[in-house]
Design a protein around this ligand. Structure first.
Ligand code: SF4
Length: 352
């Protein structure tokens, strides 16, 4: 992709000015602490800003620096991450903090190769940390930035093509200025998040509409070319909320190494697995390209349906501090709501 000098000058002038006047007041904005910025960038991967807001401050209160994170038990990190999803990010962050302490004296490095050597840090995160925290003229590229560049230059290409992504990395490197590269990169992110959104771009109020190629050529709705996405797979599951009758719930630990490794979850089960189990309800849940239809059963007392692996009883009031999966959190919520309904029915009782 060839980028003309006029467009470079235009974007470097207009975008940062618009950003400084319109940026959202987010807790990680304005920080020059590379660690805090790193945490925010990892949390924001695949996750909406509104969701991250609930976690960011709590995480930094509990782990205010690299040393604290490196020294913490991984279960404490996972517990604080519980509900944010993509738990491998939390494990990587914790592992990377240990590496930063051992190799870099507890100071996040600014060298690109050193950053890329940390688990969970890819090109985008390295570029964000280097440009925003260290003021280095480093590019960023994710789906958002890809879309705004494609539209501005009226390019009908797809993010799914690795060769295309390489070209856009080079374009992003050409665009990012030496002066205040962090403001420029954050302007790109904010432009894609607030104005040039995927489905409903606000062209009328866009800061660069005067020179937008997609707008000029009436290509906004088609640009960029769609991604090829893996087909969604439907999966049925039954979860069992098994209580010991004293307010504790049975959980099993997922094996280390796999998806959600080390997290705690409800066992699989229905009336066949626990005599007397009753159906509490159902819910839907999606993880990447899998859509789960989940039925929730609850049972109380009797022989716990433990199989192989690590199992534990957890008191309901302590669940908030446990690293449990989002699906398990939903399942327990469904069972609790059903138990409340049953208690309200005269002549009925029972415990979820
Ligand atoms: S004018 Fe519309 S399509 Fe072009 S960059 Fe702005 S919001 Fe996006």
């Amino acid at each position: 992709m060839t980028i003309d000098p006029g467009s470079i000058r235009y974007l470097r002038t207009v975008l940062p000015r618009w950003y400084r006047a319109n940026r959202r007041d987010l807790p990680w904005r304005g920080t020059s602490d590379p660690y805090a910025l790193w945490v925010s960038e990892i949390m924001l991967q695949q996750t909406r800003v509104a969701t991250v807001l609930d976690y960011y401050d709590r995480f930094l209160d509990r782990f205010p620096g690299v040393d604290a994170l490196a020294a913490a038990p991984v279960d404490d990190v996972l517990a604080l991450w519980s509900g944010l999803g993509y738990y491998r990010r939390a494990r990587h962050l914790k592992e990377a903090a240990g590496i930063v302490v051992r190799r870099h004296g507890g100071v996040l490095p600014e060298d690109e190769d050193d950053l890329l050597a940390l688990p969970g840090v890819g090109r985008y995160t390295a570029g964000a940390i280097r440009s925003i925290a260290f003021g280095i003229s480093a590019p960023i590229l994710d789906g958002n930035v890809f879309r705004v560049i494609a539209r501005f230059f009226a390019r009908m290409e797809s993010w799914s093509d690795a060769g295309v992504r390489d070209r856009y990395w080079r374009a992003a490197a050409v665009l990012v200025p030496r002066a205040r590269p962090g403001d420029f990169n954050q302007a790109l992110m904010e432009w894609g998040a607030l104005v040039c959104t995927p489905a409903a771009p606000a062209c009328a109020s866009c800061p660069v509409r005067r020179r937008c190629g997609a707008l000029e050529n009436d290509m906004v709705a088609q640009c960029p070319a769609p991604r090829t996405r893996p087909a969604m797979r439907s999966v049925r599951r039954s979860l069992l909320v098994f209580s010991d009758g004293a307010g504790r719930i049975l959980l099993r630990r997922r094996p280390e190494g796999g998806r959600l490794g080390g997290m705690w979850e409800l066992p699989e089960g229905s009336g066949r697995d626990a005599p007397g189990a009753v159906r509490s309800g159902s819910f839907r849940h999606s993880i990447m390209n899998e859509r789960y239809d989940v039925e929730v059963f609850c049972a109380s007392g009797g022989e716990p349906p433990c199989g192989e692996g690590e199992w534990t009883w957890v008191a309901r009031e302590e669940l908030g501090g446990w690293p449990i999966t989002s699906m398990t959190r939903k399942g327990i919520g469904i069972a609790a709501a059903a138990a409340t309904r049953r208690r309200r029915r005269p002549g009925d009782g029972g415990e979820a």
